[in-house]
Design a protein around this ligand. Structure first.
Ligand code: KG4
Ligand code: ZN
Length: 346
């Protein structure tokens, strides 16, 4: 099954052609990072306008790179949400128009279902990743989301925990902004935290009275702000490195703590780490170690497929289609809608 997918939920205009849910033939991305950098974050209206400019060339490029014509494409997939509404609308309208014009089925895909599927992707000629067994626990960490899921199969996913305020990536972006380090914050914070003392500031782990596994990053963000104010001026040199290392260590410690607790609670042996923050080496290493010590395995997509891309959307669409074909639609299953996409609200 060959799927062409479109992803425009935030600031990347992406298209991809993927075979059988895992072989990525092409996945061009037109990034808008330079457009938004001077504002220190994504400006929704500018994102929508740039998607309009970039989407048709990117779709053409995806087909050309995959040496495909429309006749070779079995279905068109598109991110249906969550995301910036104006940005999503551009991808959805283009996907709907293409599906209508070329008489192809249209598969709307939940953005997070895409992130969770990225771990199964590979290039033609490379070995197919073993991937996690079902059921498994997935930690999705991006600029917009920080959540833990129990993944029963490609179509049945339930949320275990969510952030009560900021997303982890958002915390990296805001801390970078406070310190005038630019956008996006994650990669620059990770780079500048190297060689810092992660214990220089005693940032604590948030706990909730109800004992839930939810995340919270606003307290950590405020603690960083307080440390900056106490310092008097914007920290430089080793002070800056230590502050960033302490912030990163606290963010990572919280993500590891909740994920390990979820693994214990749900008795699974496999964990998927997905989303832009999954690029973070300190997080990959700490989580891999903590899970390894408990006999569990960590599965992480390659960095290109951790951040927003359309290959993950194409892959998730094919997996959903295969799942549905295999078992038929169960009308009692409220988590699966008429096209097999997640019913989690955007
Ligand atoms: O998944 P993604 O591309 O877009 C969303 O769906 O949000 O994630 C982008 C987020 C940004 O907040 C960015 O700062 C963060 O991922 N990020 C990182 C790293 N690389 C990207 N955070 C921490 N460390 C990194 N190396
Ligand atoms: Zn994303």
């Amino acid at each position: 099954m060959r799927v062409l997918a479109i992803e425009t939920s935030c600031d990347e205009t992406a298209a991809a052609v993927v075979d059988d849910g895992h072989r990525v033939l092409s996945d061009p991305v037109a990034t808008q990072i330079d457009v938004h950098r001077k504002y220190g974050g994504v400006v929704p209206e500018l994102a929508s306008r740039n998607h309009v400019v970039d989407i048709v060339p990117v779709v053409r490029e995806a087909l050309a790179m995959a040496e495909s014509t429309w006749a070779d494409v079995d279905a068109i997939a598109v991110t249906r949400g969550p995301g910036l509404v104006g940005a999503l609308l551009v991808g959805l309208q283009v996907a709907k128009s293409l599906a209508y014009a070329h008489d192809k089925p249209l598969v709307p895909v939940h953005h997070l279902a895409g992130h969770l599927h990225a771990v199964f992707l590979h290039r033609p000629g490379e070995p197919r990743p073993a991937g996690p067994a079902y059921p498994h626990v997935a930690l999705a960490v991006s600029g917009g989301h920080t959540a833990l899921y129990r993944v029963e199969d490609a179509a049945r996913v339930s949320q275990i925990a969510n952030t009560r305020d900021d997303a982890a990536g958002e915390a990296f972006d805001k801390v970078a902004r406070m310190l005038g380090l630019g956008y996006p914050g994650g990669p620059v914070v990770e780079r500048m935290a190297r060689g810092g003392d992660p214990t220089a500031h005693g940032f604590t782990l948030p706990r909730f009275k109800d004992g839930g596994l939810d995340f919270s990053f606003s307290g950590l963000k405020t603690a960083v702000l307080t440390a900056i104010q106490r310092h008097g001026a914007l920290p430089q040199g080793q002070d800056l490195t230590d502050l960033l290392a302490s912030f990163q260590a606290a963010a990572v410690a919280q993500l590891v703590d909740r994920t390990v607790a979820a693994v214990t609670e749900h008795g699974v042996r496999d964990v998927v780490l997905a989303g832009g923050v999954a690029c973070n080496t300190a997080l990959r290493e700490a989580l891999g170690e903590a899970l390894g010590a408990r006999g569990a395995s960590l599965h992480v997509p390659r960095p290109r497929w951790c951040t927003d891309n359309a290959a993950m959307i194409a892959g998730a669409a094919a997996a959903l289609a295969a799942k549905r074909a295999g078992r038929g639609h169960d009308p009692a299953d409220r988590r699966v809608n008429a096209v097999g996409a997640w019913q989690l609200s955007p």
